[in-house]
Ligand binder design. Structure first.
Ligand SMILES: C[S@@+](CC[C@H](N)C(=O)[O-])C[C@H]1O[C@@H](n2cnc3c(N)ncnc32)[C@H](O)[C@@H]1O
Length: 363
């Protein structure tokens, strides 16, 4: 990448939203805030809970790493692409002191603020917070902070970083926003769809489209012309949760680019591997937040998936000679939901040294 490409000017910072970013913003702004009952009846109930388990474990692991080094530290967090504040409770449970929430969707940011204001101070001390509605791939976030000299201990971008891979300029601005106020030694953690997994599945299917009854992905570019590193658009539909275009993030490109912003990868894993790596230490939470479905279904309850096609893996497991006669129950996820979970991956990066901005070189 040339020096020219890496020079994101102020004008580019303040560029008007492209057609695509406004589609994303209006998609998220129009998402209904689902009630408990509706969430409970969702066909992807366990998948949503499992995603929450992954985020909770990831957040608590990296907060612990920070606290191990400096227990009394006043923890400051940037929750970028925060949505409606799905991780607010996680921040409260982590006893952080300050969180900056940022998202392109102004309605979501308002809902996030309302959720924050509804936190109960009697339960535990509440962190202070600021809320920024802005396109984090276009604007300079630092200029929006109450204190532009703030130093974050942790930046978290859950299920959102891939929107920045629309163009190199946007990916750079996003990484600059993530890195420039992160203190050296601090962490950047996140979850993204894994481009390698998507491309591998697409290549096995006709019309570069694949999915099952809960999700559908369609590549919106012609792979015959090659795979673009940025702007590799695909449509992702997932049972009323996401239904708008996204962009492939090739981890090799992402990690190399991040390195230019002094962010070094310290951990990466697909969701399945992450689950295996963390199951022993976080088993209790898994059942507390109902991340797995009980098989067979308890009396009076129905399985969420299709008995015929979604549970072959559990049936084989239970049919094993040793388990056959023991009336075993297991926690599992319907195959159709697990297929979605395994599109995603987790990453963690650590900030190495001072950024160019801190050194006074400008962006
Ligand atoms: C799948 S949601 C994840 C929300 C939240 N992080 C969570 O885990 O519940 C993705 C979020 O990314 C936000 N987003 C997409 N593009 C963005 C951009 N350019 N700048 C800031 N936020 C963006 C969307 O508005 C949406 O709220």
């Amino acid at each position: 990448m040339s020096d020219k490409e890496s020079n994101v000017s102020q004008n580019e910072c303040e560029a008007p939203p492209t057609q695509h970013t406004s589609v994303v913003a209006s998609h998220y702004n129009n998402l209904k805030d689902k009630g408990l009952k509706e969430r409970y009846n969702s066909p992807i109930f366990y998948l949503r809970n499992f995603n929450n388990w992954v985020k909770s474990v990831l957040i608590s692991e990296y907060i612990s790493k920070i606290k191990e080094k400096d227990y009394c530290r006043h923890l400051k967090v940037l929750d970028i692409c925060c949505g409606k504040g799905g991780d607010i409770a996680k921040w409260q449970k982590s006893f952080v002191d300050h969180v900056v929430f940022a998202d392109i969707a102004d309605v979501s940011i308002k809902q996030c603020q309302a959720r924050y204001e509804a936190l109960n101070p009697r339960q535990s001390k509440i962190f202070t917070a600021e809320f920024i509605a802005a396109d984090c791939t276009k604007i300079c976030l630092r200029e929006k902070y109450h204190d532009p000299s703030i130093r974050f201990d942790l930046v978290s971008c859950q299920f959102g970083f891939h929107y920045s891979f629309e163009s190199l300029t946007q990916a750079r601005r996003m990484l600059m926003n993530i890195s420039e106020c992160l203190r050296p030694g601090g962490y950047f953690i996140g979850t993204i769809p894994n481009a390698n997994e998507i491309v591998a599945r697409a290549q096995k299917s006709p019309n570069m489209q694949f999915g099952n009854k809960v999700y559908n992905i369609k590549l919106l570019f012609d792979p015959k012309d090659g795979y673009p590193l940025f702007g590799a658009k695909y449509d992702f539909q997932l049972e009323g949760v996401v239904d708008c275009p996204e962009f492939l993030v090739y981890t090799k490109v992402f990690y190399e680019l991040a390195r230019e912003y002094d962010l070094e990868v310290v951990y990466e894993a697909g969701f399945e591997q992450f689950y295996k790596d963390h199951l022993n230490d976080h088993r209790q939470l898994l059942s507390k937040i109902s991340s797995l479905e009980s098989y067979p279904a308890p009396p009076g309850k129905e399985l969420l998936g299709d008995e015929e096609t979604d549970y072959d893996h559990v049936k084989t497991f239970l049919e094993d000679e040793h388990r056959k006669n023991q009336n075993h129950k297991v926690g599992t996820m319907a195959k159709s939901q697990w297929e979605v979970a395994n599109i995603y991956m987790v990453f963690a990066m650590q900030k190495l040294k001072k950024t160019n901005v801190e050194n006074g070189a400008g962006v």
